[in-house]
Design a protein around this ligand. Sequence first.
Ligand code: G3P
Ligand code: MG
Length: 242
Amino acid sequence: MRVFAHRGYSGKYPENTMLAFREAEKAGTDGIELDVQLTKDGQIVIIHDETLDRTTTGTGWVKDHTLKELKALDASVIKGGTCPPERIPTLEEYCDWVKGTKLITNIELKTSIICYPEIEEKTAEMVRAFGLEDRVIFSSFNHLSALRMKELLPQCPVGALVENNDLQFAGYYCHKYGFDFYHPDCHLLTKANVDNCKEYSIGINTWTVNDLGMFETMVEWGVEGVIGNFPGVPKAWLKAQG
Ligand code: G3P
Ligand code: MG
């Protein structure tokens, strides 16, 4: 069972910041899940929303701001002043840090609302530049975008993210269309679908697993990975089992 820190250690630290990523590693996480979008000048930045308002001191669309403008913002405000100022990280900054760790990274391409020019190509190039091909999993709610990553980097696993539903026969679906993983909302996932994924050798990384009851169910069902806001908690639980 792999534990991924959802947007870093976002339960305690500002989501999708280097602070949240570093703290997740300190907490013993196996991997980190993060979200990528593109700036006005075509740089890949790590931020969940297409807009700046919820998590930073800025307003408006990410795509309408240059990297320089975004770097002037404080991305720690989501934690209500409990953390020091944090900048929106670029994917390049993240890759430069993560290459010195043993962490796996789930890069989620936020390509469902904005169709960012060449975000897939730029992301693939970044992963290649840092030699991280054997330590990334790509995913997206936009399955065409996720499968584009498979064309660009065939050696990298790709996950089919789904929201608001649990795909019927998810294992068959992933097998048929070329996904390696199924990434469902844990609250909607059924045991029947876990079994269907096993039948087709499709791994499951499910989100957002934030309580131990849900985590225990996922362990019992033999899910390959959980993505949660408090990665230290499931890691401690697994250690306690011996
Ligand atoms: O990738 C898993 C999860 O992060 C998907 O939902 O909205 O948190 O990006 P969201
Ligand atoms: Mg995400």
